[in-house]
Design a binder for this molecule. Structure first.
Ligand SMILES: [Zn+2]
Length: 173
């Protein structure tokens, strides 16, 4: 019955590989390795003061002061640190909380981390590509949609208009 031994060997090889892939995935999730990694100095070079304070130091902009709080043009919101597409204007709404609010997020664009700072139990939202702090997520979003509210700092975002402006933007750059 050699073939039984043969097939169990293959099966063993497959399960080992799966375990390995799973472990790698978990290591990624721990937030130790991001697609985009920079030193503090490098981040300071590419981010303005506000963006650095929010994205890299987990700061929060003052309520009602961010440039996207009452901003409702059609387009997408990208991570200001690395350009990862995070939110669509289709899911943005006025929550009245003083920060840009979204009820949904682009698939696999963000990470969640529990945050117990300031004596509150909150869930922090991070960019999945660079680990930049974006804001928090709450479960008081619109009930007719997802019921979830992503409360995001304007300083961590960069808005880009939809409608084929890509070419013009390239020229400007
Ligand atoms: Zn990012």
């Amino acid at each position: 019955m050699r073939w039984i031994a043969f097939y169990s060997m293959i099966l063993l090889a497959i399960t080992n590989n799966l375990g390995f892939a799973q472990k790698q995935k978990e290591e990624m999730k721990d937030g130790k390795k991001y697609k985009i990694e920079k030193s503090e100095k490098e981040w300071r070079e590419v981010l303005d003061g506000n963006a650095f304070r929010v994205l890299r130091e987990k700061g929060t902009e003052r309520a009602f002061t961010g440039k996207y709080d009452h901003f409702f043009e059609k387009g997408d919101y990208y991570c200001k640190g690395c350009g990862n597409r995070l939110f669509s204007s289709d899911t943005k709404y006025n929550s009245g909380c003083g920060w840009p609010a979204f009820y949904d997020v682009q698939k696999e664009a963000i990470e969640y981390k529990s945050d117990n700072s300031y004596g509150m139990k909150r869930v922090e939202v991070l960019c999945a590509d660079c680990g930049g702090h974006l804001g928090h997520v709450f479960n008081d979003g619109p009930k007719d949609k997802t019921g979830i509210r992503f409360c995001i700092n304007s300083a961590a975002l960069e808005f880009r208009k939809k409608e084929g402006k890509e070419d013009k933007k390239k020229k400007d750059d």
